[in-house]
Design a protein around this ligand. Sequence first.
Ligand code: AHR
Length: 632
Amino acid sequence: MSTLLKLSGMVLTMVMTTAGQAQDARIRVDAGERGVPISPVLWGIFFEEINHAGDGGLYAELVRNRSFEDANTPEGWSLLPSSRSSQVAIDTTSPLHPRNLRSLRWEIGEGEGSAHLANEGYWGIAVRAGRSYRLTFYARSNADFQGAVVVSLQSREGKVYALKRLSGFSSEWRPYTTVLRASGTAPQAQLVLSVDAPGVLWLDMVSLTPVDTFKRRPNGLRADLAQMLADLRPSFVRFPGGCFVEGNSVANALRWRDTVGDLIARPSRWCLWGYNSTQGLGLLEYLQMSEDLGAEPMLVINCGMACQYRTDEVVPLEQLDEWIEDALFAIEYAIGDTTTPAGALRVQHGRVEPFQLRFVEIGNENWGANYEERYARFYDAIKARYPHIQIISNTTLRSRPVDILDEHYYSSPEWFLSQAYRYDGYDRRGPKIFVGEYAVTQGAGTGNLRAAIAESAFMIGIERNSDIVVMAAYAPLFVNVNDRTWNPDLIGFDSARCYGTPSYYVQKMFSHHRGTHRLTTTVQSPTLPGVITQGAVGVGTWQTQAEFRNLTVTHNGKTLYQANFPEGWQVVRGEWQVVDGVYRQTSDLTDVRSVAGDKKWQDYTLSLQARKLGGREGLLIMFRARDENKWY
Ligand code: AHR
């Protein structure tokens, strides 16, 4: 491709010739004429607890199952071979805290030498020479136990990198702490507790964290991963989900109140992505992270609905107040002053100055009548107390205003290329748009250049329409490569290393090179690559029953096609029947489609009548349908 740049006055003209295709394209940028402003908070990040993004990732805790809440057996923990016998079991008889019921009972027998209890961490504990690690645990013992606990960082082969001795145990739970300085580097070390005397020891909240967390915050973040985020220079951080906020049932939905305060009092919570969340990364930590990244926080709250793709459970309306209280608590905790109960609690937790908070999202991927009713209750309660807060909704609604609408897109590279113009035609009288989650998920490997380029085409469209699209974030952000539940993701890591996918560098490039205004640009090109200009027509539904009639395709007033259902219609998916000339879709499947017409049709007007008969979502009107996967 050759490019010629000409600058005349404030007008820049680029002439591009694609070798072999004898095709000239002219791009005219008029720098003298300022177009719409570009949102100053356009590019941000979306952090979700998925793929061990937090626990076993960004959250700097190195011990897996630190408070033994993960299961009825001590997962992540094992006894190493020893000539002194010992056994471990989960015990609930005398909990460390009423919200932290399980502890580990370690019965050490007679014999020679020491019994050893090891924690493997999250696929290994990475230690680096010269770095310090803070170890803390709670313990109590029976009267027979007179020994000490030797804590060490060791390789799997037994090479010791650091060692300390702790003693003075009693029948009462007490915290013990020390700092271990590593003499060597090992990406897959383990934490070992060794005891050389008989008796019974109970352990809980065994925690090991690097002293050098990001910005050296206590209960902080893994520095290399947080630096990857800082390097993106995000304007906002949406957290902590995603489906993680919803839970697969109401029982494990997010409650912000459970995520603040002393770690031993934060109940661990089942994460629908397949593991237990410690909730060590909680509200204060997310707010602090946003501030440390120079980004605005965007709090996502559960709206009294569990994931609609999973159980679709809802909190009954008469019990919703408790959930609204939780949302108000979280907001007050973030921005309340010391005279407010939650603000005072934040001060007690070590943060005096209120944080900045402008964005709150009610629910994640929730919709329908249940959402409408619940949204209204949350909206009224939040706006009454905090009118400055911009409320983000998951769908358009009738009963209350939507300040910003959150749209999510996961699709093929072709789809993203074709959507480069999506927002050009959005109604400017409607709500502002937040593209809260998007990524190429088909043919993307674990992240590749093709996906990154397609996303960047879409992002250019976002930037061009930033008068209406005010925020956007790629998703998901992180994957621990040992637990790839969702693919692809922006940043991959293991215990010691991390890397960005090509999409990461696209995000970085856009974020680092932000404009203030759109400039008037015209592209003259025989064809716009990636844009489908011809195709047939179609109708479809998504978990919805509907009927369609009087479908015609015209061009310049001339009728190209008049549907005579079901003649000539190809059912791509779903079940259809014809009743009195009306084409009726009867199944409640997703992505039900049916197409007709000529794939060579270009520039036509499609008209039809349609109505919804029942179901959970809506209708698809398809045009420029090329094949099963390419259509608008
Ligand atoms: O980003 C992964 C998941 O995709 C999110 O949890 C959810 O919001 C979406 O369906």
